[in-house]
Design a protein around this ligand. Structure first.
Ligand SMILES: [Zn+2]
Length: 352
C-alpha cells in the first residue's frame, strides 16, 4: 500500500473506532492525522493544526484537502465524513476494495467464501445457496426462527455459525424501523426522512412514500449487518434480476460459479461468458481498484469476462461506464471491459 492509502486507512478506521467511544481519541486517528499533516506539508499546502481543524477538512471533497496524488486512490468529489452519517459511503468503498473486507463488515462473507473454497471441500452448492439467500429482500430482516432454520440447513456447524454471524439482533429497536420497499432492510428516521443504510440508494429505486411496519409479534428479530446489506444484498438483488431475465430469454445461467470466481456464468449452445457485477458509488473508485491490480489479477478478466454495472448507477452518475473506461490505465484497459446492465443483452447476442 502507498503512504496515501495508509493515511486514508488510519483516518477511516480511527473515525470508526472513535464513534464507538468518544471519550478517547483512538490511536489510528492520531496516526492518520500525523500522516495527513506530513502529506499536506509535502504537497506544499496548509495543514491542520489540531483534530478539530482536521475534521473540518475531512468534511470537504478530497480535492480540497491539498494532498497531491490523492485522486489516484480516492474520488476527488467525495468527502470522508458526512454530518449525521459518519464516514461516507465512499470511505466504506475504500475500505472494502483496498483493505480486504477484513476491516469491513463483509468479513463474514469472506470467511464463508474461504470456508467453501477450502482444499478438499469445494462447497460450490453451499456457497451459492448462502449468496442467493443473502441476495433476497425477504431475508434482510428475519425472526430468530427463520434465521435458525436457514443456518441449520447446513450440515457443517462452522458454516452454520458463519451464516448466523451475517445477522445481528435488533429486537428492542424494531418498533423504530420500517421496511425498505426496495431491499427489505430497516429504514431509520433521520433528518425528517426515512433512510435505508448509509448510501440510501434504495430511495432512487422504489416508491419511497409508504412504509410498512415489521410484524414479528413477540419473536426475536435479526437483520443483516449493514456491510452485508450494502455489499452483498444490494448488488445481489441486481445479480438475481440479471440472472432471471437472461434465463427467461433462454440463456443458461449459473450464479457464483467456481465458488465465486465470477458472479454469473452465462451460456448458450456451448459458448460461455462470465460476468462480474461491480457496484461502487463513484466510477473513479472502480477505475482505481483495477488500476492498482497486478497483471496476473487482471488476466482473470480475459476475453470472455465482462464487468457489469447495475443500471441504477447510471441514473445516479451519468455516463458511469464511460467514466470508468476513461480512467483506466493502459494495463487495465487491455483486459477490463465495462458494460452497463441495460447493454448486457445486446452484448450477449453479439458474443454468444
Ligand atoms: Zn433498502
Amino acid at each position: 500500500m502507498s503512504k496515501i492509502q495508509d493515511m486514508l486507512f488510519y483516518l477511516i478506521t480511527g473515525l470508526q473506532k472513535w464513534r464507538e467511544d468518544y471519550s478517547q481519541i483512538p490511536e489510528d486517528l492520531h496516526k492518520g492525522m500525523l500522516m495527513f499533516i506530513h502529506e499536506a506539508a509535502h504537497s506544499g499546502s496548509d495543514f491542520p493544526a489540531d483534530l478539530h481543524h482536521l475534521l473540518q477538512i475531512l468534511h470537504k471533497p478530497s480535492k480540497e484537502w491539498g494532498i497531491q496524488g490523492l485522486a489516484e486512490f480516492y474520488p476527488a468529489e467525495a468527502a470522508l465524513i458526512e454530518e449525521f452519517i459518519g464516514i461516507t459511503p465512499d470511505a466504506e468503498d475504500f475500505l472494502n476494495i483496498y483493505i480486504s473486507p477484513k476491516e469491513a463488515q463483509q468479513k463474514n462473507m469472506l470467511a464463508i467464501l474461504k470456508f467453501c473454497r477450502d482444499d478438499g471441500l469445494n462447497l460450490q452448492d453451499e456457497y451459492a445457496r448462502v449468496r442467493k439467500f443473502l441476495s433476497q429482500s425477504q431475508n434482510a430482516v428475519l425472526s430468530s426462527f427463520q434465521l435458525a432454520q436457514f443456518a441449520e440447513s447446513f450440515r457443517d456447524r462452522e458454516l452454520s455459525n458463519l451464516v448466523r454471524h451475517c445477522y445481528i439482533e435488533i429486537t428492542p429497536l424494531i418498533s423504530n424501523y420500517r421496511k425498505c420497499p426496495h431491499c427489505g432492510w430497516t429504514l431509520e428516521y433521520k433528518q425528517d426522512q426515512w433512510h435505508c443504510n448509509k448510501e440510501n440508494i434504495c430511495r432512487e429505486m422504489s416508491n419511497f412514500e409508504k412504509f410498512e411496519h415489521f410484524n414479528f409479534g413477540d419473536e426475536r428479530v435479526y437483520r443483516m449487518l449493514p456491510g452485508i446489506q450494502r455489499y452483498v444484498l444490494l448488488p445481489g438483488i441486481s445479480e438475481m434480476k440479471i440472472a432471471d431475465n437472461l434465463m427467461r430469454k433462454g440463456y443458461q445461467v449459473e450464479l457464483y460459479p467456481n465458488v465465486d470466481e465470477y458472479d454469473l456464468a452465462v451460456s448458450l449452445l456451448g459458448k460461455q461468458v462470465f460476468l462480474d457485477v461491480k457496484d461502487f458509488k463513484d466510477p473513479s473508485m472502480l477505475a482505481n481498484f483495477f488500476n492498482q491490480k497486478t497483471l496476473s489479477y487482471l488476466e482473470k478478466y480475459s476475453e470472455h469476462v465482462y464487468v457489469v454495472i447495475p443500471s441504477y448507477r447510471n441514473d445516479l452518475y451519468s455516463s458511469y461506464s464511460k467514466r470508468v473506461s476513461m480512467l483506466l490505465k493502459d494495463d487495465a484497459k487491455k483486459y477490463i471491459k465495462i458494460i452497463m446492465e441495460n447493454e448486457l443483452e445486446q452484448m450477449l447476442k453479439w458474443v454468444l
